[in-house]
Design a protein around this ligand. Structure first.
Ligand SMILES: *[C@@H]1O[C@H](CO)[C@@H](O)[C@H](O)[C@H]1NC(C)=O
Length: 153
């Protein structure tokens, strides 16, 4: 009996680990049968295939938009400016750039100055980089959206 219980809890723990390991914000309900839709992560979009939600991601430098005129991945320079980083530069690692992480063109990455110079690092899964209004670091996409004011009009 005890053995069975241990196996049961072991399985529970495994299932829990598996569900935490997969990306958290992926919807599991079809929002539309014939259209793409977006989520908090501006790079991702979803569609339905045989009742299953499929998650896909725009190419690097492209972001997902779904409004009256457009549905699909747009290059950064056609996006709402509050949603993208255009023309960021690799920090020279002097002055303040040496001390704090800096924005990169990829909104989910940042530059960090190390003893080997500037390195571009990704935010942890589910987060994007913010450096404004006293916020500095990787924040969940929903928070990133409201801090950046990158919301649908
Ligand atoms: C749709 O989104 C694109 C990109 O952000 C924008 O240029 C366009 O004006 C939007 N259209 C409407 C009707 O909001």
């Amino acid at each position: 009996m005890l053995k069975a219980l241990i196996i049961f809890f072991g399985l529970l723990a495994l299932c829990y680990a598996a569900s935490v390991g997969t990306t958290s914000d992926a919807p599991d309900v079809c929002q539309s049968e014939d259209e793409l839709w977006g989520g908090e992560d501006i790079r991702k979009f979803y569609f339905c295939l045989d009742g299953q939600v499929i998650t896909d991601e725009c190419d690097p430098g492209y972001y997902f938009v779904n409004n009256v005129t457009i549905s699909g991945c747009l290059p950064a320079d056609l996006m709402k400016p509050s949603c993208v980083n255009l023309d960021t530069t690799v920090p020279d690692c002097t002055g303040t750039s040496k001390l704090q992480p800096q924005a990169a063109d990829d909104v989910a990455s940042f530059y960090l100055c190390t003893s080997d110079g500037a390195k571009e690092l990704p935010c942890p899964d589910g987060k994007a980089f913010v450096s404004q209004d006293g916020y500095l670091g990787c924040f969940p996409w929903s928070e990133w959206r409201s801090l950046r004011n990158c919301v649908d009009d």
